[in-house]
Design a protein around this ligand. Structure first.
Ligand SMILES: [Zn+2]
Length: 272
């Protein structure tokens, strides 16, 4: 789940749960908490949900004195239920609200469900240094240039580092770089203004296009519906061996540090 999926999920959650009070909570994987389950339960029960916002790969749920910070890790189904709905077969976390509606969370691998006092939010190491998201109105081309001007590494690592920009992961980054004709290993100081502008434009267009289509085709929203951004929308991502849509050169899968990258070796030259 990256920015488009979490933006959609948080806006649907906002509609359904804001203004309601938490009456019951279950957590079968207490390792995701930053305190004991007993302490967690004691703090959240009876609290009214004030707001739900996404920040990159995190969802911030405001409970007045505290914030609930959720990160789905490698992916999770966060599914709304009404009082008589059949619950999903498997889930680890369940919040029930005072009108008997609520939501369950099924996590694929790990997640974070951290509770922080509002006045100590800046002590939460995982979120305190998050960058702004590409949907933020402050994310202008000038802002992006300014951000890049202080960096020396390669462009893909920069884009994936949530401290720089929040919300881009290894799925969307592939076509984001392809659209801007940039090899993932291009060093930041070698980028021209024109290339940075193309990259800025590509980030916005890929993220916005996916939001318009309901997010990734294999991720579920709050109502259990899958998005429709998939193979048809991907240009080179997850298409090794297929022809590049621009020049027909065969798309390659390469290793870039700890992640895999898909590139067109003709459109995205490493030596510039
Ligand atoms: Zn190409």
């Amino acid at each position: 789940m990256e920015l488009p999926e979490l933006t959609i999920l948080s806006s649907q959650m906002r509609k359904e749960i804001v203004g309601k009070r938490i009456s019951k909570v279950e957590v079968a994987n207490p390792k995701c908490l930053n305190m004991s389950f007993e302490q967690f339960q004691k703090t959240v029960i009876g609290k009214t949900i004030k707001s739900v916002e996404s920040r990159g790969k995190w969802i911030f749920i405001e409970l007045g004195s505290h914030l609930l910070l959720f990160n789905p890790g490698m992916g999770a189904d966060v599914i709304h239920f009404k009082s008589h709905d059949k619950l999903p077969e498997k889930y680890q976390i369940r919040f029930t609200l005072d009108d008997e509606t609520g939501f369950t969370i099924r996590v694929w691998w790990f997640c974070y469900l951290h509770l922080m006092p509002e006045n100590k939010l800046d002590e939460h190491k995982l979120t305190a240094k998050l960058g702004i998201t590409p949907l933020d109105e402050r994310f202008t081309s000038d802002y992006f240039k300014q951000l890049l001007s202080k960096k020396r590494g390669n462009i893909k690592s920069f884009l994936l580092d949530q401290k720089n920009i929040a919300g881009i992961g290894n799925v969307y980054v592939q076509d984001i770089l392809f659209n801007a004709k940039l090899h993932p290993k291009r060093k930041i100081p070698s980028l021209t203004d024109k290339e940075i502008d193309a990259l800025h434009k590509s980030i916005k267009s890929v993220i916005n296009e996916s939001i318009k289509l309901g997010g990734l085709a294999y991720e579920k929203d709050f109502y259990g519906n899958k998005g429709s951004y998939g193979a048809k929308q991907f240009k080179i991502a997850y298409k090794p061996g297929q022809p590049c849509p621009t020049c027909q050169t065969t798309i390659q899968k390469i290793k870039t540090g700890s992640t895999s990258s898909f590139i067109c070796p003709n459109c995205q030259s490493p030596d510039k």
